[in-house]
Write a protein that binds this ligand. Sequence first.
Ligand code: FAD
Ligand code: DLZ
Ligand code: SF4
Length: 509
Amino acid sequence: MVKLVLVLGDQLSDTLSALQQADKTRDVVVMAEVGTEAGYVPHHPKKIAFIFAAMRKFAQALRKEGWTVTYTRLDDGENAGSTPAELLRRAQEFGADQVLATQPGEWRLIQALQDMPLHVTLLPDTRFLCSNDEFSKWAQGRKALRMEYFYREMRRKTGLLMDGDQPEGGKWNFDHDNRKPAKGDDLFRQSPPAAPSDPIVEEVLDLVEARFADNFGQLRPFTFHTDRAGALRVLDHFITHALPDFGTYQDAMLSDDPYLYHAVIGLYLNAGLLHPLEVCQRAEAAYKCGHAPLNSVEGFIRQIIGWREFIRGIYFLEGPDYTQRNALDHTRDLPALYWGGATRMNCLPHAVGQTRDLAYAHHIQRLMVTGNFALLAGVDPAQVHEWYLAVYADAYEWVEAPNTLGMSQFADGGVVGSKPYVSSGAYIDRMSDYCRSCHYKVKDKTGALACPFNLLYWHFLDRHRDRFARNPRMAQMYRTWDRMDDAHCQQVLADAGAFLSRMKEGQII
Ligand code: FAD
Ligand code: DLZ
Ligand code: SF4
């Protein structure tokens, strides 16, 4: 009997397990642009356009390969509105009672598929290097899960940058050579290549413009690639022009350069247009032929076979309630400045403005600017999570939630990271050029012009002393705070409290 083969908007790989298990001559592929997926958070218009255009092109490619594909557009009169409802409609149309699906990257959708009155087979997502079972086995019996040890296993498993059973260059991790501030005057940095427009993209842009005009984010100009060939072009460009300096300037931030030496491939990897192993093999080859140094190539490969796989492992290990965690009991509302509201700080509007224009910000902007501020200010992690899930073109819950709730907000109480990523303004000043043109003074510790990160940093440590003072990785910070003059500490806390009150009242901060 005919089976339906579900292909979701982030499953655009011809190696997808559901496609591999199906029979091209008998089964019917179901793809659908649906209101539930387009609306579970107010996605950035660029993200919706990227997914819809890439879905339409992938459907075309499948048809060319001989598949029968049913494709429902968002504005089709018969659109049933959700993925399960579309499957039911197609089941009736084709007389099918079975669905083959690759496990979705979100518990919400897994549950919805399992609740359907059809027989749904959920296959493992083999596009990742570490399966859910393998991660559970690795995690079993460990007191703490640390990415570094998981990463070594992935290096051994893939053989990437291995010299026999030893790591290439004698060390697993070359971060010591990385993390330098960028040079503002480097005229040779090139942005990722922009995609030329085409009729499919234009049609999707008109649809998104008409339907999602109120969502935060600039739709045009739209320069994302929307097929595998384009994604490979971006990868090539990165390997040629940016990989050699990736490690060295990985943490740098510059006002007039949103990309620096980053790959800007997260959206392609997560939608299935690139495979993690091919990306890492390309980077390894660049090292082997002498094009890129080991510190950069190791650092880049670690992000993909280390962090990306580890983060996914945590999402599926921890279960559906992960997104509700709030270990630090933070309850403040996300300030309007995250949606483009006015602020006197200079770093935040740069990260937010770039996010609005490009649906992109690099890791350190996400972690140490927008994430750091929300954590220091005690914002409700559920609201922070929703923001990150909405605004980035590469955001799907399996990868966004552990990064936001775990790594960035410490809402999981230390599953992803052993200590919270918090810093005062000094870190942002060292790694960026933001502070030079800020209303606030990064060197001021108290007073009307004190950098809010300076005030809130100590406020955070002080209010969470019971939880963190005994953490060996934070003891030095508490010793510094405790050595400060009592009157100074009281002033810092009072100024921080006043700042938070102004934020709560909706004043411009
Ligand atoms: P590069 O800096 O060039 O890195 C190369 C690749 O490594 C990325 O494309 C990505 O696939 C992988 N990678 C690097 N760091 C991570 C990480 N921590 N977790 C998973 N993969 C990683 N990444 C997402 O893909 N989707 C998200 O929704 C997402 N949300 C985040 C939220 C927060 C609060 C933070 C701190 C990080 C988040 N990240 C997310 C991780 C990281 O910021 C992005 O992967 C990266 O910025 C994507 O840009 P790039 O392709 O230029 O990456
Ligand atoms: C993110 C997204 C959006 C905006 N729209 C669709 C869609 O219309 N149809 C679809 O199949 N997938 C879409 N997606 C991706 C899904 O939300 C994603 O598959 C789940 O969140 C699981 O990762
Ligand atoms: Fe941001 Fe503080 Fe620097 Fe201003 S001074 S840009 S608020 S870190």
